[in-house]
Each structure stands twice: as C-alpha cells, then as structure tokens.
Design a protein around this ligand. Structure first.
Ligand SMILES: Nc1ncnc2c1ncn2[C@@H]1O[C@H](COP(=O)(O)OP(=O)(O)OP(=O)(O)O)[C@@H](O)[C@H]1O
Length: 737
C-alpha cells in the first residue's frame, strides 16, 4: 500500500554516486524510518516528503521503499538555514548560510530563485559567486523535475543525471523527439539503450531516426570487428534483423545516407560495399600518401659503403648477421618504404639496431615509434634511443570544444622532421592512426615498418601490415631463422611451432613451458587459483606476482574468463584488510594495491611523473598501473602507471578502469611479461584460433603455463584465422600505382 511520509533526513547510511542508490534514516516525528531509493544530493537536515511502501528486507528489517520523493522547500528562517547549511546548494557552506539568512530572512529562497545577484549584498559574496550559486540553485530544481519525469520512461536516475548534464532544459524535448541523439552525445549510452528509451517514449518502429541510427550502429559494429566496409546486402539484412523491420525500409533510408555522403557506396565488379565515410577516406588517403612518398624521388644511397658499416656493427656487437638479415638492413636503408616481419627471436631488434647504427654513421636523422606506450618503452630499452608512441610523435591534442575532437599537431602543414622513421609492432597500427601518421610524413622521409604478421591484427579497423605486404609493392623481408633459443628454453620454439600449426613440445626437463591438462572451466579456474595461492611452491616462486606475472585469458566471460578470474585472484593477491581502503564501482571493488588497466584511450587525463614531477596528459587503452591510494571522502583513486605516472581518477572516470590480474589476449598485445598463465578452452570455434594463442604465448619472456584441455589446444592450433577482415588498402595502393 502506497503511503506518504514527511520528515527530516537524519543521516545518510549509504549512497552510490554511480547509480544514486541511497539508504537514509528519516526522522518522522521522532521515529527513525529507513528509506531506500535512487536520490541525488540528499543531505542530513533536509526535509522531505516521500511516497512509497514499507517492505521487509531479509537482513535489514523494515524499510520504506520510495517511489517518489520531494524535497520540502522550507519557509521559516530556521529551516531555510538548515537547508542551506546542509550543503544542498553548492558554494554555500554553514557560515555563508547564516550570513545569507541573517540578511534576507524568510525571503532567502525567493532571492536565490529570482534575483540571485542580490546575494552580493552579503559581505564576502562577490558578483561571480552570486551568479554561480543562483545557477546551481536553478539547476537543481530543474534536475529534480526532469529526473522525476524521465523515470516514467524507465530511465534510471543515473542515466537521467547524465542526460540532464548534457542537455539541461532540452532534455525532455530530445528524449521525446530523437533519443538516438544520445548515442553521440552521452557517454555510456549506445544504440541498444537509446532504442529502449525510444520504444518506451513511443517513437515509431520505422522512424527514420531509428532506421538511420540502426544503420550507423551496424556499420560501427562491423568497424569494431576490424572491417573497413560491409557488403550492402549484408548490412541491410543485419539492420532489418536488429530493428525488426522490413528490409525495403532499410534500403530506402540507406539510399538517403548515400546521398548525403555519410555512408559511401562503392560498386565494384563483384561487390556493393558500404563504408563509413571516415574509414573510406582513411584507406584512400593512406594509399595516396604512401604512393606519393615512394614516387617522390629515389633515395641516393650509392655512396653508402654497406659492407663496411655492417661489418663495423657486427664487430661492435659481436654478432654475425645472416644473409637475409644483411639484405633486410640494406634494403631498408635503400628503400623509401619497406617492411620487415618475423616471429620472436628472429632478429627484428638486431636489425633495427644495425639500421640506426648505419643511419647515425651517415648522419641521417632517425625517429623511432610504436603504437602503444609499452611497445615504445621496450623499443627505447632495446635500441637505447628514444622511442615515442605514434600518438605522442604526432603531438596529439584533444579539444573539448569541437565535440571531443582528437587532432594532431603534426600533420600535412607541420610534418615530422626526420629522414627515417621506424615503426615497431606495426601489426597493431589501425587504418585511422596510419592515415594520421602518413599525413605528417615529409616527402623526403623514408619509412620502415617492423612487425609480426602472425600476431592478431590491430584492435581498430583495418589490416594495415597485412595489406601492405599483400600489395606486393614494397620490399618485404620475412625473417624465419630463430636466434634466441637457449637449449632448454621452449617458449620461442613452441611459439614458432604453434605458428606453423604444430603442437608445442612439452619436455619434462624444460622449466619454462608447462601444460596442465584439465577439463571444464571450473577446474581450469580452480587450477589457476591454486597455483596463484600456492605460488611459493610452484615454478612461479621466483616472480613478483604483481609486477612480473600476468594471466592472459582468451575470453572475457565465463568461469575462467577475465572478469571472474580478476575477482578471485584479487581476493588471493590483494585481499581486503582494514588497513586498505576500498571503493565500490559497479560490480568491481577497487582496493589499495590493486593492479588495474585503463581500457580506453583518454587523451585528456592529467598525470605527473613521480620522479621528475613533469606533467602531461593522456592514459591509453592497455596501460597498466597500481592503485596507491584511495581517498574515500573525495571518492578518488590515485594510480601509478608504469611505475612513473601518477594519475588521480575521480569517480566518474572509474568506468575506464578494470582490475588487471587477468587481461584478454587483445589487451596484452604489445606488452611482455616474465611469466604468464593462459587458460585453454574448447569450443568457440573460429574465435579461439592459432593467432590468438600465438599472440598470447609470445607475450612471455621466461615462463608459460597453459592450463586446460588438450583438445582445446589442438583445435586452437588447427584453426587458422585467414584474413577475414574486409579492407581495401592493398587495392587502393594499386589504384595509385
Ligand atoms: N645473426 C645472429 N647471430 C646470432 N645471434 C643473433 C643473430 N640475430 C639475432 N641474434 C640474437 O637473437 C636474439 C633475438 O634477437 P632479437 O631480439 O633481435 O629478435 P626479435 O625478433 O626482436 O625478437 P623479439 O620480437 O622476441 O624481441 C638476440 O639475443 C640477438 O642477439
């Protein structure tokens, strides 16, 4: 039965600022009643009136479940003072509250609402503060109103708050006319969520907003799978299925998108392709710029005495480059654009070092770069020369004004000053970054792309390294002699075996490659947890499990997927303790000393180098760090990334973080760890393939432990992910030949 209670908030027992779930005690005529519901900004001392029902909670007893809550605007000066001093209106604390109420008496709230500038009559309040307080007061009233109205459309308060923050007074109007606008405007709202809202608001199934949004959503999911285009027929079918409408309606709306150029249709002899405009342009521009580069002028390398320089390099480094390696060095220096690909331990780094030695000797200015922070760091260490991430090399900037726009300081008008640029880990470079990079390359500059073609392709769209090789336009050296191969070390031997489709060798005496045979995800998980728990009695004993060790799982979900493993391993490696602060975020508990990973690029977040105190911006997808401190009051996390960058995460940014005791293979690309555990599963045909296993195994420097099913291992090794991505870079390069 719905009842109404009226009283004063006595204390807030719990408040989750994420979803606004709140538990509070309310003093109703001297009796404390516990209310639960979703509220923004309740403070002790505030008077409320709430409609709801009494429920019996198994653990907490009787509670009042609130359906509707209104803050009673006080009228007498004491109540107004209590209301203001509670901090309800940002910018006014207890002292100011008293001064304001003393000055305006029972007219205070009227002044706040209608003529806030008069607040500056109070000593110590300037015009600016008066304006800000007035705006805040107005904002709160509007927000309460809108949050309430949105709840009718089943929009929870946490979303309602995000919407209000974005649209303010226009919120209702936008929700009722085109909720699909939310997808672009409000972080965290995707097509599915917007569509649910649209349906509850009563938007027509066949509304053009809905169809067009569905088309764009489907195109972007094809882009997320790595393709740069999708066949028209396939697109129409997919959209029709997702939206539950007739395919003809999709064709009709798609035609309009072709007309305004936001989707590009390309008809070839055998295909009708649909592209998102940006990706279409990226592939064409990249091809044009790259071909422009090689046509600019041939390099004059006649004068270089390669034999002498290579010999010298060999003497200094006490190494003899083999024939292929020497040819790779010479070809790389002679060519405007060239490629070196090879698996682990085949000499890629050795060749890069030889090349930069020669470039240094002949006085050419070279630049080293790699797609991720970790890969760039490794490149710096192995070459003893500075290597930057491609983003940093391009001097990325992120502007808030222009709709969260990422731009690069280095571009066609301000090119990179270098004679020779080497990109390592090229398999991770996607078409958008490649396009931005090529725009910033001078005509005189030569390029060398180094990578391992058998690794998983880039997370973003495109298949750049593979397309460059298959175009057969640039000199390519494929390294296949394995040099780093200690007698008893099996990691590299086995990585190459896996890559060739053979089962790994499992020798008793080898102490760096283990396979623990077990079936079912439950047992796999139990085995992993056992090893972590008893690691002092296992071969992992020589490692620091926070720094040197990584669990790399092919799956996100499931018992032995990343999410579950993270929770369980956290309990073992960093259990709760009264000396360690914690913060709850969604279903994740972040605790001091936890290992975490940034899961999306954030170009703006500020960091301070803990050694040099240098300041900078940007933490990127895949960066890992440790939570050093949690400020429970301010609800912030202090994280140190890569032992050097200190970053403070406010509550709303925590959705960009995951625990990272376990990470996916995709997130592990470009990183290396001393010891890793990989769970091996059966099933998921196609997804669990050879490249995935190969990429995971090659992340380990000293020890690999595979745990799972032999049949799963066999089928992964058998399953080859043949270049399934739909991309056109190779074709475009030929168009410009
Ligand atoms: N021609 C050679 N003769 C002897 N040793 C070599 C030769 N080429 C490379 N090596 C050695 O093999 C090891 C692996 O080489 P390098 O690190 O260059 O390979 P890589 O392809 O970069 O491997 P990874 O991708 O695993 O880092 C190094 O210790 C290197 O000194």
């Amino acid at each position: 039965m719905v009842e109404t209670i009226k009283g004063t908030i006595d204390r807030i027992i719990y408040h989750n600022s994420d979803n606004l779930y709140t538990i509070a005690d309310v003093d109703v005529n001297d009796i404390l009643i516990t209310i639960v519901g979703y509220f923004e900004n309740l403070k002790p001392g505030i008077e409320i009136e709430a409609d709801g029902e009494y429920i019996n909670h198994i653990k907490y007893g009787e509670q009042f479940k609130v359906e509707k809550l209104e803050i009673v605007i006080p009228t007498d000066t004491d109540s107004i003072y209590n209301y203001l001093k509670s901090g309800m209106v940002g910018g006014i604390g207890p002292k100011k509250a008293k001064e304001i109420v003393d000055h305006f008496g029972d007219k205070t709230l009227e002044i706040l609402e209608k003529d806030p500038m008069r607040l500056s009559e109070v000593k110590g309040i300037g015009k600016k503060t008066a304006l800000l307080v007035g705006l805040e007061y107005k904002n709160q009233g509007n927000m309460r109103d809108i949050v309430l109205k949105l709840s009718k459309y089943n929009i929870k308060p946490n979303y309602a708050k995000k919407l209000y923050d974005e649209y303010k007074g226009d919120t209702l109007n936008i929700i009722q006319t085109n909720p699909y606008a939310l997808i672009d405007d409000v972080y965290g709202i995707g097509f599915k969520r917007a569509d649910q809202i649209a349906m509850s608001v009563g938007i027509e199934m066949e509304s053009p907003y809905r169809i067009i949004s569905g088309i764009k959503y489907t195109l972007s999911s094809c882009y997320r799978d790595g393709n740069t285009y999708i066949l028209k027929d396939e697109l129409e079918e997919k959209v029709a299925k997702i939206l539950g409408v007739n395919k003809d309606i999709i064709s009709h709306n798609l035609a309009n998108l072709f007309l305004d150029d936001s989707v590009i249709l390309e008809v070839t002899e055998d295909e009708e392709r649909c592209f998102l405009k940006e990706l279409y342009e990226c592939e064409i521009e990249s091809a044009k710029n790259l071909m422009g580069l090689i046509s600019y002028n041939e390099k004059d390398s006649e004068e270089i005495d390669f034999d002498k320089l290579i010999k010298k390099y060999e003497e200094i480094n006490e190494i003899n480059l083999d024939k292929t390696q020497k040819e790779a060095v010479i070809s790389a220096i002679k060519s405007k654009v060239s490629i070196i690909t090879g698996g682990p331990g085949t000499g890629k780094t050795t060749i890069i070092n030889a090349i930069i030695y020669i470039l240094g000797s002949i006085g050419e200015k070279y630049t080293l770069t790699a797609p991720t922070g970790r890969a760039a760091k490794r490149m710096s260490e192995s070459t003893k020369s500075e290597a930057k991430t491609i983003h940093r090399l391009l001097e990325y900037e992120y502007t808030l004004e222009d709709d969260h726009f990422l731009s690069f300081g280095k571009n066609e008008d301000n090119t990179i000053d270098s004679d020779y640029i080497i990109i390592d880990e090229m398999s991770m470079v996607d078409i958008s970054l490649f396009d931005a990079f090529l725009k910033a390359v001078k005509n005189k500059t030569s390029l060398l792309f180094v990578g391992d073609i058998d690794q998983l392709p880039s997370v973003g769209a495109g298949n750049v390294l593979s397309d460059l090789i298959s175009s057969e336009i640039f000199p390519v050296t494929k390294l296949d002699t394995i040099y780093r191969q200690d007698k008893e070390s099996l990691i590299i031997t086995n990585a190459h075996r896996i890559n060739k489709g053979k089962m790994p060798i499992l020798k008793k005496e080898a102490d760096d490659f283990y396979f623990i045979n077990t079936i079912t995800q439950e047992k796999i998980k139990r085995n992993i947890l056992n090893i972590v728990y008893n690691y002092k009695n296992t071969p992992l004993k020589r490692y620091d499990l926070l720094k040197d060790f990584q669990i790399i799982s092919p799956l996100k979900k499931g018992l032995a997927g990343v999410s579950e493993l993270n929770k369980s391993v956290q309990d073992i490696l960093n259990p709760a303790h009264n000396t360690k602060n914690e913060i709850q975020h969604g279903s994740t508990t972040f605790r001091e000393n936890d290992k975490v990973m940034q899961i999306k690029n954030n170009y703006q977040i500020k960091w301070t180098d803990i050694n040099t105190l240098k300041k900078g911006e940007g933490v990127f997808n895949g960066d890992m760090g440790i939570i050093k401190k949690i400020d429970k009051e301010k609800q912030t996390l202090e994280i140190i990334f890569d032992d050097e960058k200190r970053v403070i995460y406010p509550k709303e940014q925590m959705e960009e973080l995951n625990l990272s005791y376990a990470i996916t293979v995709h997130k592990s690309q470009g990183s290396e760890f001393k010891a890793i555990i990989i769970p091996i599963f059966s099933g998921y045909s196609g997804f669990l393939n050879r490249n995935l296993l190969y990429t995971a195994v090659t992340r380990a420097k000293e020890m690999v432990i595979l745990i799972g099913e032999v049949n799963g291992l066999k089928s992964m090794i058998k399953s080859v992910q043949k270049n399934k991505r739909k991309t056109t870079l190779a074709e475009r390069l030929h168009d410009f030949l």
